[in-house]
Design a protein around this ligand. Structure first.
Ligand SMILES: C[S@@+](CC[C@H](N)C(=O)[O-])C[C@H]1O[C@@H](n2cnc3c(N)ncnc32)[C@H](O)[C@@H]1O
Length: 284
């Protein structure tokens, strides 16, 4: 039997030896998960001795982490906009960068506004679920080409009791949807140029499905398809298209949108906290 504090110290050293920068935090998250307690519990009860089977379970998880599994895939959860989402190997681990989309929509609409949203390439459903939770009178639809991703998105919507305001369908971008029935279209499409995929970290390649990353030859192929789906089909009501982009992609994307008939004066780029252009906004 060993004490919590010495178990954590050992794990911290092991993860640190694999150059995991957040070794301390990750050791705490994994031990809290095994014991079914909070991280705070571990600190307050640092001298508590643990049973051998719990220590072994914890060691197995540390081993998986050292072999490259991400924390969210081990525990099956990832935080997005302050809420926990269930994830697995079929969906992209939600990233903090994507939270910028939520902040932008909060600048356009008030909490009590009623509007409708399409989330293209919904993955875990983190974007659409968060928007419906932040805007309780809104409704929406999440789409993905991956049937497995749609199942996870449905589970997350149920977890947050919003399944009466959202539906999920399998669709190749907008092919199966009449976007004219909606006010906002949001998306975080795959945008890594195919040739750059191999250079991604082992952790990303090991945990995120390729279909969620591969943006084709130039990284723009999914944007091209989405924009061409929207081209010239607007029923006259103003709509917003808000998409996450890869750093450095903005000029090519503005050019692409303008070549597809979108007006430059109705387009905007938003910076993340590090002043990188990470979201394109189009009013059409
Ligand atoms: C970068 S992930 C984004 C997931 C989630 N929206 C998020 O932000 O965490 C891109 C998503 O697009 C989906 N996808 C890829 N190709 C697609 C297509 N042709 N039509 C619809 N969805 C597609 C992937 O399955 C994946 O879930």
């Amino acid at each position: 039997m060993k004490k919590i504090k010495s178990i954590l110290t050992d794990a911290n050293h092991e993860l640190g030896s694999c150059k995991i920068e957040t070794a301390n935090l990750e050791s705490q998250i994994l031990l809290a998960y095994v014991l079914g307690v909070s991280k705070e519990y571990l600190i307050i009860n640092a001298n508590e001795k643990l049973e051998e089977d719990k220590i072994n379970q914890f060691k197995d998880l540390i081993k998986r982490r050292m072999e490259g599994s991400s924390i969210s895939n081990i525990i099956g959860k990832r935080e997005f906009y302050g809420r926990e989402f269930i994830v697995n190997g079929d969906v992209l681990d939600p990233r903090p960068d994507t939270e910028l989309i939520i902040d932008i929509i909060k600048k356009i609409y008030a909490k009590d506004d009623s509007f409708s949203i399409i989330d293209l390439g919904t993955g875990s459903g983190c974007i659409i679920s968060t928007l419906l939770l932040e805007f309780p009178y809104s409704r929406g639809i999440g789409t993905d080409i991956s049937e497995n991703a749609v199942s996870i998105a449905q589970i997350n919507a149920k977890k947050y009791f919003i399944n009466d305001r959202v539906s999920f369908i399998i669709s190749d971008w907008l092919d199966a949807i009449d976007f004219n029935k909606f006010n906002i279209i949001v998306s975080n499409p795959p945008y890594i140029p195919s040739r750059d995929l191999e250079a991604l970290s082992h952790e990303v390649l090991y945990n995120d499905p390729l279909i969620a990353l591969d943006g084709g030859k130039s990284g723009l192929s999914h944007y091209k398809k989405i924009l061409s789906n929207l081209q010239n089909k607007n029923n006259g009501e103003t709509k917003f298209l808000i998409m996450e982009i890869h750093e450095g992609m903005e000029k090519d994307l503005l050019q692409l949108a303008s070549s597809q008939g979108f007006k430059l004066e109705s387009m905007n780029l938003y910076d993340d906290l590090s002043k990188r252009k990470r979201v394109i906004f189009l009013k059409f």
